[in-house]
Write a protein that binds this ligand. Sequence first.
Ligand code: SF4
Length: 485
Amino acid sequence: MTELPGDADHRKYVVHTYGCQMNEHDSERIAGLLEADGLVRAESDADADVVVLNTCCIRENADNKLYGNLGHLKTWKAKKDGRQIVVSGCLAQKDQDKVAERAGHVDVVMGTHNVHRAAELLEAAKSSDAPITEILEAAVVDDHAMFPSALPVQREKAYNSWVTIQIGCDNNCAFCIVPAVRGEEMSRPYADIVTEVEELARDGVTEVTLLGQNVNSYGRDLQLAARQAGDESAKLRPLFSDLLRDVGAVEGIRRVRYTSPHPKDMRPDTFAAMTETAAVCEHLHYPLQSGSDRVLALMHRGYTADRYLTRLAEARATIPDLAVSTDIIVGFPGETDDDFERTLEVAAAAEYDYAYTFIFSPREGTEAADMQADFVDPKVASERFDRLRVVVERSAVAKHQARVGLVEEVLVEGPSKKDPSVLSGRTRQNKLVHFAPPADMARRLRTGSYANVEVTSAASHHLIGEFVEHVADASHTVRIPVASL
Ligand code: SF4
């Protein structure tokens, strides 16, 4: 095989991530694999030999953005021999042939189940004139591909980490492409998850976020598999609530979060585990999508607005001081004024701390994309969106104002982007707080440390506070860059 220019030194890579936390975590794995293969991170495309575009097909216009970026990268690639381009992620999974056809200068197209093959595919592409496409339709059992968390990971932050507990999704929400591109739901073996969290804690990580498309159905497939193998004792375990308790008990882990649960699978034992496990944060992301039972049925969500609100009341009754966030889609095909009024009512009753609101836009390959005859007029959808924003902002401001005067534990994330003399961090409720560190504390309050901060004022998206006391030092190692001689 011909040695490419730059092989003698370390080749450099950049990973650009589009989309959700699952993609962010996949990007960390791709980076980990490339670094295990001897590449080092580049500051920018200009400095890189390998550019990875880890795509998402959930966001609007994702394909136009991808082909736009690939157009720029054609010029980038031509400027230096040996440069390579990888397209990975959901859009690569869905549009594998289209990517290779429309952008012949791409070197590797790999799907969501092929992350573990990143380094090998790049190597193979060095001697290929055409894009190498490798897309597995499902995760491979008995192989590390099944749970790529077992692969090397180059984490973006040293003090917190995503931990994949499940991949794929068995639901069929009419607007969602995830089941088509991520495959069937598979739970990661329980012991592997706990072991990974123990290793992360030893590495100085103090906050973990358990990650899956439908986390509270975690273990359902493991129970089925165990029962099929004749183990009747597997009837009730493992449950997601067991996992919360065991991960929360790992020494050194101060905060456990999770995303995303599905309201139809929410159970009281999860609320009990949240309140009885000190490390599990008082924050629940609880996606509503619509407040109309008719639209929820069209979406195949599997719950009614009433059941949703009843479960939410149970959660709040069980978990003191719980913050709640949500996702809501406005203008789903067939949504009438009356349906939208129900959404406003439920959003007002739920009193969210914050909400991610979206105007429906069709995703090719989903059931909802074929409902063109019922698409809502964009002007009407936009007006509804604005009205919903008013309702969710009102409760967000009220919830934030209710924090004024309280002392909150803050995990320091680093200097504020707008004012480097101010530190930013997150409360246990996942609210963003800005505060000025006292001069004698500036060095101690480094990224990953914990401080108590009194909240002095509130806006809809952040809090302002005053430092009260230092709680814990950052326990991860700071990497000091060493210049090569
Ligand atoms: S639960 Fe629904 S919205 Fe969530 S990933 Fe599965 S199909 Fe998509």
